[in-house]
Design a protein around this ligand. Sequence first.
Ligand code: NAD
Length: 310
Amino acid sequence: MKVLVTGGAGFIGSHIVDALLDSHYEVVVVDNLVTGHIKNIHPSVRFYQLDVRRDLDDLFGKEKPDYVIHQAGQVSVSQSLIDPLYDCEENIIGTLSILQACVRHHVKKMVFASTAAIYGNPVYLPVDEGHPLHPISFYGLTKWHAEKCIQLFSEAHQLDYTILRYANVYGPRQDARGEAGAIAIFIEKVIKGERPVLFGDGKQTRDFVYVKDVARANVAALTNGNQEILNVGTGQESSLEEVIGQLGEISGKNIQPILSPERAGDIRSSVLNNERLQLKLNRFPFYSLKDGLVETVKFYEQEFLTGLRG
Ligand code: NAD
């Protein structure tokens, strides 16, 4: 079976490619490298440097993928507030373009990367899939719109789909920016011997989900959870203070963060209910925060040692 992964040169997409290859799928990657990197592309996949917003007929006609995992998009919340039009093009037009190609070329199913940002400020915790949707960024809004486009296409053309709403993803290959950049930024600072900046009192919580769990959820969704919207989170709240404490233990350093005033608009607490995911995707145990951080720190240390990061 062949899977086309958009955004496969990016952080999460490249881990999905690894997980697909481990499960013996044939993989094709489409990425325009706007934020992705050539070094992330697995040597045993066919790579097309293409923009998902343009006509993909030739590519789909040539490769005839059975499944599509759509990760490509504009991923920065703050950038979406500066340039909502670009967000629209990337997250809505890009998704429509992929949907049209899927229908024309009889793709069996599309799995889509959505986000907890579409819920906005939680009105209760943990946030389940029935929680009201009230995005507070264009990023959240355009992802919500993309979800609606997928559902309409599915009704009109019988295209199977699973929509996965990710919590704050972290792990190797993440750039120190984006939705869950905090862990990447903290680790870079710690390795460089610098003090990380902590906004507010450090007690704000997030649902940090390890990228390999997200990748495995995507692979499982190819054959499970049809026409479902599923949260991808650990169901565990972790405070930023706790993350810094664990990084101190792992690195053996006494980390003294620089305390800075709380940023306006920052959500205080956030955690996703993952019961539906566990039910629909026959899921495995998630990485603990500690185990995920150990692997991530090891990766960044290696990158600094080999000069790939600096
Ligand atoms: P990333 O920037 O590392 O990956 C995105 C990839 O898409 C990049 O390789 C980029 O070059 C490519 N891309 C962007 N626009 C493209 C276009 N028009 N045509 C072709 N390729 C294009 O980001 P990521 O963190 O790996 O995010 C992957 C997906 O997961 C995104 O859709 C994002 O919205 C979603 N998501 C991420 C998080 C998180 O915590 N990182 C949380 C929720 C949802």
